[in-house]
Design a binder for this molecule. Structure first.
Ligand SMILES: Nc1ncnc2c1ncn2[C@@H]1O[C@H](COP(=O)(O)OP(=O)(O)OP(=O)(O)O)[C@@H](O)[C@H]1O
Length: 292
């Protein structure tokens, strides 16, 4: 499989009294797109920094492609972490940045980088720090994508982008991943937008792992029931409701957990639609708060 596997084993990182990452054990399989989710301050950025050797765990081990990434030139050449701040040469213009990354990254694709700069309509004549916030985020995305690093990590990189740019990013990422499979980890609050990309999802809460499983298993933890309001209410009575949406006389109720056989049979008899639940709804339920 192409791409680096990442393994965190009992990893802890502390800032003074704050346990930013607290005995986290997670496996990110090689060659897949993973989502790392969690509320603000749950430890996502801190954990991701250990994968890129920007921080050393106080305890536990991080292995990237089977090795400790810290001061490990071979592994680090293949790791690209892009944070919201961009992780680029801010005072330099885009062409100078592209030359720099072409030298620094063995897997860099210069033609693809140029295509991406055009796709995001970025002005090559301005220093990066003179681009708008959204354009700077888009340039971070360009660098992350064109690096084609065996481990590419996007930490909230698309937060500054407007919706059309974000969707362009998701589409470009998916298309390029299909052509050049590698390990990609995305952290995001915009779960409903990115969840279709994920093969696996891990959720952190207060520095600990709340859940880690493949995205389909996570989706199957809930059930969406859609149909005429009264019939949907009957089918979901007494269950844990995650969300309710109404459109005219049609209602969709998402519940946590499976419907039992009798409820399923009744729902089918009433011609209700039964589907998996959006990860966003499960996330809100599991972390008990609207993501910001
Ligand atoms: N340099 C630092 N010094 C002190 N505390 C820090 C530092 N960086 C992070 N923390 C603390 O560690 C915890 C985890 O922060 P982290 O940035 O990893 O969370 P996050 O999940 O990425 O949050 P967000 O979604 O808001 O970006 C928070 O309580 C934060 O206040």
């Amino acid at each position: 499989m192409t791409g680096y596997a990442v393994s965190a084993r009992d990893v802890s990182v502390r800032f003074g009294d704050t346990r930013a990452v607290d005995e986290v054990s997670l496996e990110f399989a090689a060659g897949e797109i993973h989502g790392l989710l969690g509320r603000n301050g749950s430890g996502k950025t801190t954990l991701l920094s250990t994968f890129a050797a920007l921080r050393r765990p106080a305890a536990g081990r991080v292995l990237v492609d089977g090795e400790d990434p810290f001061e490990n030139e071979r592994v680090m050449e293949g790791v690209c972490l892009i944070r919201e701040s961009g992780d680029v040469l801010e005072l330099a213009k885009i062409p100078e940045n592209l030359r720099y990354f072409a030298n620094a990254r063995p897997t860099w694709d210069a033609d693809f980088a140029d295509e991406l700069v055009d796709a995001f309509e970025l002005d090559r004549r301005k220093p990066v720090n003179r681009l708008s916030r959204g354009q700077q985020s888009a340039f971070g995305a360009v660098v992350g994508l064109a690096s084609r690093a065996p481990l590419t990590v996007f930490d909230e990189v698309y937060l500054g982008m407007d919706a059309p740019s974000r969707y362009r990013f998701y589409d470009l990422l998916l298309a390029d991943y299909v052509e050049h499979p590698r390990t990609i980890i995305l952290s995001s609050h915009l779960i409903s937008e990115v969840e279709r990309l994920f093969a696996g999802v891990a959720i952190l809460e207060e520095g600990r792992v709340l859940l880690a499983e493949d995205a389909d298993t996570l989706r199957s933890r809930g059930t969406a029931v859609t149909g005429p309001s009264a019939a949907v209410d009957t089918a979901t009575a007494g269950l844990t409701v995650l969300s309710t949406r109404e459109l005219g006389r049609t209602k969709q109720v998402t519940v946590y957990g499976d419907l039992d056989e009798a409820a399923l049979a009744a729902a089918r008899a009433a011609d209700l639609e039964i589907d998996a639940v959006p990860v966003q709804d499960l996330f809100v339920h599991l972390t008990n708060r609207e993501p910001s």
